[in-house]
Design a protein around this ligand. Structure first.
Ligand code: HEC
Length: 475
């Protein structure tokens, strides 16, 4: 590997607007209408909803052998969902499966396709109103308001973020960026979450923004950045690092450093085209990024502003994303074009040494390390498989495939490492959703994998093109 060293300085003034010349930045307003915090009393209340469900649904949806494992006989059971996923999404009746089945099911509406009486329009409206007011219980409390293990999923083709509770494995909230004034093609791509869960950030490729939301999913800040892609949070300091989207053909050769507290941004030169991947050393002292156009990796020492470039010989790899072992000694790079996982020794953090090249499947995407550093997981976007690499022997130890794996993109682990979550774009439609709702043939999925058995435990349907994911844990 060849190396070259340069010292860069942070650009003095925050670069707001006009960065890189070519980008036009629209102005978007902040809308705070979707607050989930304060309990409110609304009509219809839960008691009226339960009367409706008891009349039309619990004949099949109650007890141990409830249809689809969905029991609609109590508030707790309604919000727990079916054996597949949620039946309702609080505050979002439009994307709640129960409402979609009652209104859009091809051959329905449910349960008429089974010979039962369809539910009357007034009752559908009452259910909708209850869901849109937060699906609150008899005490006026919205479900999952205190959930702590959340997975945020950017739905790139739907201008939406789906939020999954990793204990219940159901979608518990959605954030519709169009309701906040962003365009339908805003293209949310990747999410980063504060270690304490207090805020989360999402990059919007086509809207040239990084947004900041609070725990109640209210938009509280935003900053302009041309074609943002991957995000990486500093573990202890105020910084959020942002690279450029793959969709950007010739973006500025700079990455962004956002101060999370005030959402001001600086940009730093990386001296190569198309900076994409983003990873922070667990000690918080080094940042790594790489080029989509050339085989170059930049190691940046954050305290000294020193940058070192490593260049690899050979055919173009196209590094999609890095992951760094919890002990900080090893970094892996998923290489799209060569279908390899490259393993670097980073015990000398500024000079990654290539140690191993592991053959994997077509187009490996976002890798994730297990908390103990033993395994690395990633989806292979090109052939609908998920590879498990045993890092002790540096060999694939499993190849996971099955219904729901459809252009796998992002990956994250539950905090204890027992379950792996992989988001799937499903743009080509390899996965057929369980119900034909007319407009859902390309719904993305998040599959839940048991890391002990490698079995797919659940296929959670989300919105179009499930891309990057974020959790409070490392990913
Ligand atoms: C006649 C029995 C019957 C009635 C009545 C009925 N359902 Fe169902 N429901 C089913 C069956 C069976 C399935 C599973 C269908 C399948 O697997 O194709 C299902 C599936 C569902 C699902 C999807 C669960 C999942 O995740 O796959 C929802 C949501 C649902 N029903 C809601 C309702 C609601 C709301 C009512 C009342 C308005 C209702 N159902 C009335 C039999 C019924």
């Amino acid at each position: 590997m060849n190396r070259s060293s340069v010292v860069f300085g942070l650009l003095a003034a925050p670069l707001l607007g006009g960065v890189g010349g070519g980008a036009a930045f629209a102005t978007y307003s902040i809308d705070r209408t979707r607050s989930a915090s304060d309990p409110v009393q609304v009509e219809p209340d839960y008691a009226r909803v339960q009367v409706i469900l008891d009349r039309g649904c619990t004949g099949c949806h109650a007890g141990a052998d409830a249809a689809a494992g969905l029991r609609l006989d109590s508030w707790d059971n309604i919000i727990a969902g079916s054996r597949h996923g949620e039946a309702i999404i609080p505050f979002d009746s439009d994307n709640s499966l129960a409402i979609e089945l009652l209104t859009k099911l091809n051959g329905g509406p449910h349960p008429a396709e089974l010979g039962a009486n369809p539910i009357v329009a007034d009752d559908v409206l009452a259910l909708r109103m209850w869901i849109d007011a937060g699906a609150r219980n008899a005490d006026g409390v919205a479900p999952y308001a205190d959930a702590t293990q959340l997975l945020y999923v950017a739905n790139q083709n739907s201008a939406m973020v789906s939020i999954i509770d990793m204990e219940a494995d159901v979608v518990v909230r959605t954030v519709d960026l169009q309701e906040l004034g962003f365009p339908p093609d805003a293209k949310p791509h990747h999410v980063a979450v504060e270690p304490d869960g207090s805020h989360w950030y999402v990059s919007l490729i086509a809207a040239n923004r990084v947004l900041k939301f609070n725990r109640a999913n209210e938009l509280v800040g935003q900053v302009e950045f041309e074609r943002p892609g991957m995000l990486a949070l500093h573990p202890t300091e105020d910084f959020l690092y942002v690279g450029r989207s793959m969709a950007a053909v010739n973006p500025p050769q700079r990455i962004g450093i956002i101060s999370r507290s005030d959402m001001e941004i600086d940009e730093i030169d990386v001296f190569f085209p198309r900076p994409h991947s983003m990873a922070l050393h667990p000690n918080g002292e080094y940042l790594y990024t790489s080029s989509l156009a050339v085989n170059q990796i930049a190691a940046i020492e954050l305290a000294s502003d020193e940058l070192e470039l490593s260049t690899l010989d050979g055919p173009p790899h196209v590094f999609v994303q890095f992951a760094i072992s919890p002990d900080g000694n090893t970094m892996v790079a998923a290489a799209q074009l060569t279908a390899k996982l490259l393993v670097f020794d980073i015990t000398n953090p500024m000079s990654p040494e290539l140690e191993d090249i592991i053959d994997v499947n077509a187009a490996p995407w976002h890798p994730t390390y297990s908390p103990d550093g033993h395994f690395v997981y990633f989806g292979n976007l090109g052939d609908n498989t998920i590879t498990v690499v045993d890092m002790a022997v540096r060999r694939p130890a499993g190849l996971i495939t099955g219904n729901g794996v459809a252009e796998p993109h992002g990956s994250a682990l539950s905090p204890d490492g027992s379950r792996l979550y992989v988001s799937n774009r499903n743009v080509r439609g390899a996965y057929t959703p369980r119900y034909d709702l007319g407009d859902n043939a390309n719904s993305g999925t998040v599959i839940v994998i048991n890391t002990e058995t490698h079995a797919i435990e659940k296929v959670i349907e989300v919105e179009g093109y499930a891309a990057g994911v974020g959790t409070r844990t490392r990913n």
